[in-house]
Design a binder for this molecule. Structure first.
Ligand code: BGC
Length: 409
């Protein structure tokens, strides 16, 4: 009698599913001295929390990509640091362009599908000093950069992401206002919103025109909202308004300039217009991250479902947990992948998943106090230390690939 081999519970992903992890240049490279965030850190973060050398990915990129490959990943998401490439207005640094060319070539050598983000939060300092994203010239500056880098890097890029999380950028600039060049201003919020939409549209058209078969999109951080009192029409209205303004308005205003949708999923928030704090909002140690963010895998399924209406392929371009507890991280990963499988079974076209992040890295205003990585880094020796979850992730990827090849034979 043939022995029944027990199938991994997380098999069933499509054959062409992309499995990867993401990073952003400023958070991993180190010494991004021409970026606005670098300058901001010097006065706003204590010395030990500043980005400094970061994890020196700038010199360790080959080793880092080799680790991604070793642990079965077949795709990688990374970003360019605009301020390295254009450290002064209109001055392009050819050595840095060459550096990124080597980085992208290395990804291809490792046989990884490349997702390249053109703007991931940081700006060159000169850009912020000249008014930043609210300035009337902002989109012109950004597009000059895009027009410079796209032809340089096109041979090695599979998917282009124009802007990472426009909504989060807007929030930190004009509502929470803790980031470089920030101020509390609804007027500038609206102006910047318009400029970001415009920058995306222009970049989309440029890339499409210059690179045959390019796939271009934007990445949104999409919060899953729940209402506390389902019978309360006002709470439902607020929920609708938040999803509209934080996500869908951008898509509407940039209609027909998306070849895919990029989703970063981290948050589940309650709309509560009542006085009381219901029981279920109480977070326990096990259902929150180091940063106090609730862990709610079902929210990923709900977010994916809300995007079905666009009839576009979806990539989860970031999803991850800040923790020092590998059992918690492993559960986070498997529960979120189960939510993706649930969506796939309902014919929602999810094409890839990128864990945030491949490596522990600099977490903006939280500095080094959040450990999102699948790989830890000793910042004195820069030694890389793969964690338990990366092995679990590799097993899931392997199980999916082998179940597909078994079906074929
Ligand atoms: C950003 C990352 C950040 C992560 C965790 C995302 O919103 O794209 O840069 O590190 O969230 O906060």
């Amino acid at each position: 009698m043939a022995k029944q081999v027990k199938q991994h519970p997380l098999t069933g992903f499509p054959i062409d599913f992309l499995w990867g992890a993401a990073t952003s240049a400023f958070q991993v490279e180190g010494n991004n001295i021409h970026a606005d965030f670098w300058d901001w850190e010097q006065t706003n973060l204590p010395n030990e929390q500043r980005s400094g050398q970061a994890i020196d990915h700038y010199h360790h990129f080959s080793e880092d990509f080799a680790l991604a490959k070793k642990y079965q990943q077949n795709a990688h998401r990374l970003s360019l640091e605009w301020s390295r490439i254009e450290p002064a207005e209109g001055v392009f640094d050819l050595l840095e362009i060459d550096h990124y060319r080597q980085v992208l070539q290395e990804l291809k050598k490792q046989n990884l599908v490349v997702f390249l983000t053109l703007h991931h939060f940081t700006n060159p300092e000169w850009f912020t000093k000249m008014g930043g994203w609210k300035s009337a010239k902002a989109t012109w500056f950004f597009n000059r950069f895009v027009q410079k880098v796209v032809p340089e890097f096109a041979p090695w890029v599979d998917y282009w992401i124009t802007i990472n999380e426009p909504g989060v950028l807007l929030y930190h600039l004009y509502i929470n206002s803790r980031w470089p060049g920030s101020e509390k201003s609804w007027f500038n919020y609206l102006k910047t919103f318009y400029h970001l939409v415009w920058a995306h549209r222009q970049a989309y058209h440029f890339i499409q025109q210059r690179v045959p078969q390019a796939r271009v999109g934007v990445v949104h951080n999409i919060t899953c909202y729940s209402v506390t009192h389902p019978q309360n029409p006002l709470e439902n209205l607020v929920k609708w308004w938040k999803s509209l303004t934080e996500t869908h308005l951008f898509y509407l205003l940039s209609y027909k300039t998306h070849d895919f949708l990029g989703v970063n999923y981290y948050f589940h928030n309650y709309i509560n217009l009542g006085q009381e704090k219901p029981e279920r909002h109480n977070l326990t140690r096990s259902n929150q991250s180091q940063l106090g963010w609730e862990i709610y895998p079902q929210g990923l399924y709900r977010v994916l479902k809300s995007l079905k209406r666009y009839h576009l392929p979806i990539f989860i371009t970031e999803n991850g947990l800040a923790t020092n507890d590998e059992t918690q991280r492993t559960k986070f990963l498997t529960d979120h992948l189960a939510a993706v499988l649930h969506a796939l079974r309902e014919q929602i076209v999810v094409k890839g998943y990128f864990y945030w992040s491949l490596l522990d890295n600099f977490e903006w205003t939280d500095g080094w106090q959040a450990n999102f990585g699948l790989i830890g880094v000793n910042r004195k020796t820069m030694h890389r230390l793969p964690k338990k979850t990366i092995t679990v992730y590799a097993e899931i990827i392997r199980a999916n690939l082998s179940s597909i090849s078994k079906k074929k034979s």
